[in-house]
Every structure is written in structure tokens, then in C-alpha cells.
Write a protein that binds this ligand. Structure first.
Ligand code: PLP
Length: 458
């Protein structure tokens, strides 16, 4: 055993190896040195448990692999051929060119983020975005925080702490990991009063539950599930009217922040912040990076008096959004104001693509690849907690994997390991690459990855 230890190369010897020297050039000496030591430690403990000493070339290969996986660009750019438009694991919404430029401008130098250039006095980072949200949605005022989860939490804490909040039983639900309406209410210090039943709740149920200590009526959009069949939910204006009679605001968690009518694209109509505002809702809450198509953000839009209360709450400071996200959000909202969102906001371009356009793209890929790949008709989904069960007609490049090394799993893995990783989906032993969600300009890279992945047995 002691001889096995002596077979291990020394740190100095490894560091003077040519390929390790190249790693040092790229990733710096301290980074590589640490990995060399870790790798030698592992080799020693492997020997201790009775294994033979790894050869020097094996150790060097392991060091290279570990260095490449630990360092370098993060997050890495990937090509989304999954057919899921808003993929939470892939960072939800890609940004428009203008949003990226605004972000870069905010990052690169100093800015007037909280300064009024006219007076030279301190300004508010919220004022500009608030007026954009007001123009887009028709709400009186808005406040932006880190994400919609914090928006809802903050709104409830500011408006209903120590009070009762009335929620339909069908809406006291879990929306995505870690966001459970009853838990959020508890954390914000409000008491949940559930009314109605899981499938049917009427306006009169809310009315009957209103008491001395009611702070708000809360409506939560079912953004990641659907109740079918014998169901009833009151219209928002009905609730607003009931609330108004008793001086109680309606708070509306919309989830997605869908500013264009999704029904135009053959999808179910997703509730819109504009409708929420015109219904007289006190506060509505929505995400910046779902169907709004911008950066991660939580937008609280509504009546000025209520938004002002929220802005003064101590949690508002704790949930303050950073300047880069704000810059991107502002630029994204401008697209809606200018009426150019369908052309400029990437997720809307993806959703608005006709099935024929998608097919032409998949056909083009198939012509390039030939052999075991061919275009197939399929369905793309919205994902990311928006429009559950809804899908868009799409076309994908199907790769028949029967004769390929590792089958569909092997092909999918080789696509992921390409320098620009490509993510598809596996269906019936084939890998499908959806032509709808791949961004413009990514076609050549995708085709290179496919050629690389088409390794045959042997
Ligand atoms: C997505 C969603 C949230 C959470 O929003 P994030 O921006 O992910 O924090 C809250 N409520 C509803 C209804 C949602 O759909």
C-alpha cells in the first residue's frame, strides 16, 4: 500500500505538466493549485480504501475536468429547444435588446438612479418605473420589488397585518415551490379566512365572511393548475363592489403580468393587469419575468393611497429591487407603451410565431441533418407558472436514436455537453428539438451540436 502512495505524482510534478500549465494560464495558479491538491487527496483516500494508485494521465484528466466544471462563465448560455417558453430552470424570460442595453448602461457607470437631475436633490428609484407601470396598466401608482413572491408578502404585510384576509378555498393553494398562500399570509401577520369550497365560491361567500377585523379580500390566480367541470369563481368587479361597500380593498395576485391578450394566439385568456386596474382592484401583484417578458421583478400596482402604505412598510426596503433589474424592466415596459412588444419582447415573438413559420424552420434543420432526423408536429407549452394546460402548435426536429450511442439519453447528454449546450425533450425514444423556443441566430450552433450528438454505436 505504501508503494501505491509513492506512485502518486507530486504537486510540483503535476504543476509542470504541459496541460496543467495551460490550465494555469487560463484559470490562474491559485485556482488550479487548489484543484490539484483536492485531486491528490482523493487519490490518497481511494488508495486507503484498497484501490490501486491512479495513473498520472488519469489524475491530469480529472484535474482538467474539475477545473473546467468549476470555473468559467456562469450562468452558461444554453439553447432552449425544450418547447417550454418560460422555463424556470433556464432563467424564465430572455430579455429584449433594449432591455439588455439599459442594463448594461446601468451597470457600466454611475447613474441618476436616485437623483433628480433638475434640482440636484435626492430622488426615488421607483418614480420612473411607477409612471411606466401606470401608463401600461392604468393603475394610479406602482412599486417594484425583487419578485412577485415578495410583492405579495409585502402587500399583505402592509395592508393586512393583524387583520383577517378572506380567500376562496380554491385559491388557498401552492403556486410553485415554496409559495403557499396560507404560509405567505401567516408570514405577513394576517389571518386566513377561507370561504366557499374548492370548486365553487360565490361573491356572497366573501360578503358573509366580512367582519370587524377584515383587512382585505385576496384573489389568487390559478396560474399553475386548472379546476375543471362544476366550478364557479366570482368576477373581480363583483368583489370590488362588495369590498367598496365595507371599505375593504381587493388584493389580486395575478402571477404572470400578461400585458397582451393571450387569446390572440389561440391560448386561454390570461388575466391582465390592465383589467385588474380597471376593475378597481386595490393592489395587483405580478411577476416581471413571466409573460411580461422582462427581468425578475415583482410589481405592485394599484390605488395610490394603498401603494403609498406599502412603500412605507419596513419590508419594502428589505425587498428593494436592484438597479440592473429596474433598468431592464423600464426598457421592457417601454416596448408595451410603444406598441412594439410583439416584435421586440422575445417571449412574445416566440408565442406569436405561426405554426407555418415554426415548420419552415424545423424543415430547414431536417434538410441540414438528413439521416436519422425529420420534422414532426408537436405542442409547445408556456410554462413558468403561466397558462397551465395550454399549448401552442409547434414543429420539432425529431432525432431517431435507436442506432445511436446511448440511445435518446446518450444523444440528449451529448447535446447538453456541447460548448453551447442544447436542451431538448425525449419522447418515445426520440430526442425532439422544438423550433419555436430556439432564439433567432442560434440555428447554426444547434445544428453543430446535433451533428456532434449523432455518434453511432461502436
Ligand atoms: C409565479 C407566481 C408567484 C410568484 O412569483 P415570482 O415572480 O416567481 O416570485 C406568485 N403568485 C402567483 C399566482 C404566481 O403565478
Amino acid at each position: 500500500m505504501t508503494t501505491a502512495y509513492r506512485l502518486l505524482p507530486s504537486v510540483e510534478r503535476l504543476l509542470s505538466d504541459e496541460s496543467i500549465m495551460l490550465l494555469i494560464e487560463e484559470h490562474s495558479r491559485p485556482v488550479v493549485l487548489e484543484i490539484v491538491r483536492q485531486e491528490l487527496d482523493e487519490a490518497r483516500s481511494s488508495i486507503k480504501s484498497g484501490n490501486a494508485a491512479p495513473r498520472q494521465d488519469e489524475i491530469i484528466a480529472a484535474i482538467s475536468e474539475r477545473t473546467e466544471s468549476l470555473t468559467g462563465d456562469w450562468p452558461r448560455h444554453v439553447i432552449n429547444a425544450t418547447g417550454v417558453v418560460l422555463h424556470t430552470n433556464l432563467g424564465r424570460s430572455p430579455l429584449s435588446e433594449d432591455a439588455i442595453r439599459a442594463m448594461q448602461r446601468a451597470a457600466q457607470g454611475y447613474s441618476d438612479l436616485e437623483l433628480d437631475l433638475l434640482t440636484g436633490r435626492r430622488g426615488s428609484r421607483q418614480a420612473h418605473i411607477s409612471s411606466l407601470v401606470a401608463r401600461v396598466t392604468g393603475a394610479e401608482e406602482a412599486l417594484v420589488v425583487n419578485n412577485n413572491a415578495s410583492a405579495v408578502m409585502l402587500g399583505l404585510a402592509a395592508i393586512a397585518n393583524g387583520k383577517e384576509v378572506i380567500v376562496s378555498r380554491g385559491e388557498a393553494v401552492e403556486i410553485g415551490g415554496g409559495f403557499r398562500v396560507p404560509d405567505v399570509l401567516a408570514q405577513s401577520g394576517a389571518d386566513l379566512v377561507e370561504v366557499g369550497t374548492t370548486n365553487r365560491t360565490y361573491a356572497r361567500d366573501y360578503e358573509a365572511a366580512i367582519g370587524e377585523n377584515t383587512g382585505a379580500l385576496l384573489v389568487v390566480h390559478a396560474s399553475n393548475f386548472r379546476v375543471m367541470g362544476f366550478t364557479h369563481t366570482p368576477e373581480i368587479p363583483e368583489l370590488v363592489e362588495i369590498g367598496a361597500q365595507r371599505g375593504i380593498p381587493v388584493l389580486h395576485d395575478l402571477g404572470s403580468g400578461c400585458l397582451l391578450d393571450s387569446a390572440r394566439f389561440g391560448l386561454m385568456h390570461e388575466p391582465m393587469p390592465q383589467e385588474s386596474a380597471s376593475s378597481g382592484v386595490g393592489l395587483s401583484f405580478f411577476s416581471g419575468d413571466k409573460l411580461l417578458g422582462g427581468p425578475q421583478a415583482g410589481i405592485i400596482a394599484g390605488k395610490k393611497a394603498l401603494v403609498d402604505v406599502v412603500a412605507r412598510h419596513p419590508l419594502a426596503r428589505a425587498m428593494r429591487i436592484d438597479k440592473l433589474s429596474m433598468a431592464a424592466l423600464g426598457a421592457t415596459l417601454e416596448h408595451y407603451i410603444k406598441g412594439e412588444a410583439l416584435d421586440k419582447v422575445p417571449i412574445w415573438r416566440i408565442i406569436a410565431m405561426t405554426a407555418d413559420d415554426v415548420k419552415a424552420r424545423a424543415d430547414g434543420w431536417a434538410r441540414e441533418i438528413a439521416a436519422s432526423a425529420y420534422p414532426v408536429k408537436s405542442r409547445a407549452t408556456i410554462g413558468g407558472g403561466s397558462l397551465p394546460g395550454e399549448s401552442l402548435p409547434t414543429w420539432a426536429l425529431a432525432i431517431n436514436c435507436d442506432d445511436l450511442l446511448g440511445g435518446a439519453e446518450g444523444v440528449a447528454r451529448r447535446l447538453r455537453e456541447w460548448h453551447s449546450p442544447v436542451l431538448g425533450r425525449i419522447e418515445e425514444g426520440r430526442v425532439l428539438l422544438d423550433a419555436r423556443t430556439v432564439l433567432p441566430g442560434e440555428d447554426d450552433t444547434l445544428l453543430q451540436a446535433v451533428r456532434h450528438a449523432l455518434q453511432r454505436q461502436g
